[in-house]
Design a binder for this molecule. Sequence first.
Ligand SMILES: O=C(O)CCC(=O)C(=O)O
Length: 286
Amino acid sequence: MSTILTDTQIEHYQREGYLVLNNFVSAEWLARLNEVTGEFVELSRAISESNGQFDVEPDHSAEAPRLRRLNSPVDQHPIYWEFSSQSEIVDLAEAILGPDIKFHHSKLNFKYPRGGEEVKWHQDIQFWPHTNYDLITIGVYLQDVVEGQGEMGFIPRSHAGDLYDQYDGDRWTGYIQDRDLGDVDTENAVFPTGKAGTVTIHNCRMIHGSFPNNSDLQRPLLLQTYTAADAFAYTDLVRGKGHGEELIRGKTARWARHDPRPCLVPPTKIGTIFQAQQKESVNNMM
Ligand SMILES: O=C(O)CCC(=O)C(=O)O
């Protein structure tokens, strides 16, 4: 029995594949996360192109930083790890995944004003296939997000539908191909907005994406992915790297649980979703 989510909220997640909780993260946590995030933006002024730490837009510069992503924040500062492994969002993960939980990975997607990259419609699990689909990503808006600010969009109930091929021929693209988009109910997509601290939870099969940021405000979105302990990864994308696949609640599973629905497997080097979707060279593993 969860005390942090009502039965109705859990049923909503199970039926629709996503859930939104307004003002969920405390002001104290937001202040700590925003402070450390500001420090990383300052650090990014020293680089001119993407590296293992930062993924930057092509016109990123020391004078005007334009970050797409801080890669694996939990491995870069203990505050992000404390948040991802011990804060109230782990209670949310437990309410949905059960008591035994592994951390998988995290990322901080910025979406700078008047640009920010579009994230094309995609499903996450083809990036990191597992033996079952009990994986969720919890997103936290670190600042207020209004319509047009590059908010994330979800296609309700798409988690219960097909998994799509995110290759174009031999090339890993990280998005659903135009040839398949006709089958996807994009007209009924929902684009949740909310105050800083608003949380989104989505299932790893959910079709989701986001438009460029047309506003004058940044849209920092801190995303962390959790797995049920008995979901085992088919690839070693994060295994043995930083906190990847670390048990954060409950017990280690001795038996893998297998969902009969097959999962597409990505190439060994996939880069970030931005690098894959924008056809850029891959210079890191996430
Ligand atoms: O930052 C966003 O708007 C979406 C990011 C996303 O879906 C992803 O990184 O998988």
